[in-house]
Each structure stands twice: as structure tokens, then as C-alpha cells.
Design a protein around this ligand. Sequence first.
Ligand SMILES: Nc1ncnc2c1ncn2[C@@H]1O[C@H](COP(=O)(O)OP(=O)(O)OP(=O)(O)O)[C@@H](O)[C@H]1O
Length: 238
Amino acid sequence: MLSITDLEKSYSAKKILNGVNLEIKKGETLGFIGANGAGKTTTLNIITGILDSENGKVEINGLTKEDGIEYKKQFFFIPDTINVFNNVSGFDWIRFLMNLYGNDDKERLGKYINRFGMQESIKKPMGSYSYGMMHKVSLIAAFTINPPIIIMDEPLNGLDPNAVLVFKGLIKQYVEMGGTVFFSTHLLDVAEKICNTVAILKEGKIILHDEIQNIIGESSLESTFMEAQVYEGKTSVN
Ligand SMILES: Nc1ncnc2c1ncn2[C@@H]1O[C@H](COP(=O)(O)OP(=O)(O)OP(=O)(O)O)[C@@H](O)[C@H]1O
């Protein structure tokens, strides 16, 4: 589904990604974790075409950035910082995005607006939205458009507990219908509940990528992560 090979990226003289390799299979809900500054956002921005890498290759369903809009239609990306047109309503913005993806499922859109409790605010200009509301609008767009893979950078930031519950439910439904999810997070307890696989990025490489049961065993994702940060040699590499 999503294949990342030998990705390398530097900022000035500093190497951030030093040969990232990752294969994400259809049906995975992959939690992408790593310390602050590990390079998670940089990786996601390269996959989604916001940044270029110096080396390496990214393929989604056999397509690359060079395939243009067909590549773009393989995924929906929710960045950490969402820049929008302040005077456009959330509803018009989602309809615009749906058009881009060739999706016209108004029924599904209405259903997800309700699920996130955005019935009233969706018609208001996005300039009036809080950070969490902007994330809700993006999630409504993502799940309505229903692309092969949804990629998210810290999607849980700013979501209230009810929205987190809705988020979990929609991910489950989306994956059951054949979707794939790849998101970065620092919330290891949530990742442990939502994800079926986890990848840890450290010092510019993926040091571990496995099913969550294999990773945590009798322990917790938090303690596995802490251990991986200290004792890299003890972890397995896929
Ligand atoms: N435009 C830039 N110019 C220079 N350095 C950058 C730039 N963007 C990111 N970096 C550096 O690259 C490294 C990786 O940043 P990145 O945002 O990808 O990490 P992250 O894993 O997403 O971190 P966090 O968990 O804190 O969000 C950091 O050291 C950061 O300071």
C-alpha cells in the first residue's frame, strides 16, 4: 500500500532522516512515534509531497509524486497546523475537497458532521474555529472522502474526549471498509488502544515496526518506547 525506501533528508548540514524504510500494508492502523525532533513531521511531509527528500522513494499503491493528482488522490493528509481560508465555511471547504477527489457522498458528509457535533458551526467561517474544530473539519473531510490511506500528523491534538471517541469509532469503521491509517502521535496510551501496528523513528531510522501485541507483550507501549529510546540494540527491526 505505502512503501518508503531509503528516505534521506537534511536541514543545512544536519541529517534528519538517514535511510527511512517502512512498508505499510492495507488495513494497518499504524501509530508513528518518536521523540520530539525525531523527524516524524518531516517524513509525513515528504510522503505527502510538501517537502522533497535528497534520496529515497515513496510509493502509494504503485504511484509516486510524479504521477501528480492520481498520487494525491491515494491519500488525505491532515497536517498538524491546518492553514485555511478564514472567510470560507467548513462546509464549503469540505465540499471543495470532495470535488477535488471526485466524491459526492452528501449523505456520508451529513452523518459525519453530526457525529462530530458540528451541525451549527460547519456553516460558519473557518476563521472563527478553534484549533480542535479545525481538526474536526479535517477529520470529517477525510472520512467522507474515504481515500485508500489517511495520513495524519498528531490528529488528536485539540480534540475533546467525545471527539476522540468518535475518531476511534470512525477509524475502526474506515479500516473495516478497507482503509489504511498512518498517524504520528505522542499519546502512547491512545495509540495502544487504536493502532494495530506501531513504528518507532529514532536517529533518522525506523528502529522498530511490528504489530502492537508483539511490541508490548506483557508490558505497555509507553515502557516499550522508553526502553527503545535507551536500549536500541534490544529492539527488533522489521
Ligand atoms: N524547516 C526547517 N529548517 C531547519 N530545521 C528543521 C526544519 N523543520 C524541521 N527541522 C528540524 O528537523 C528535526 C525534525 O523535525 P520534525 O518536525 O520532523 O520532528 P518531529 O518528530 O515531528 O517532532 P515533534 O514530535 O516535536 O513534532 C528537528 O530537529 C527540527 O528542528
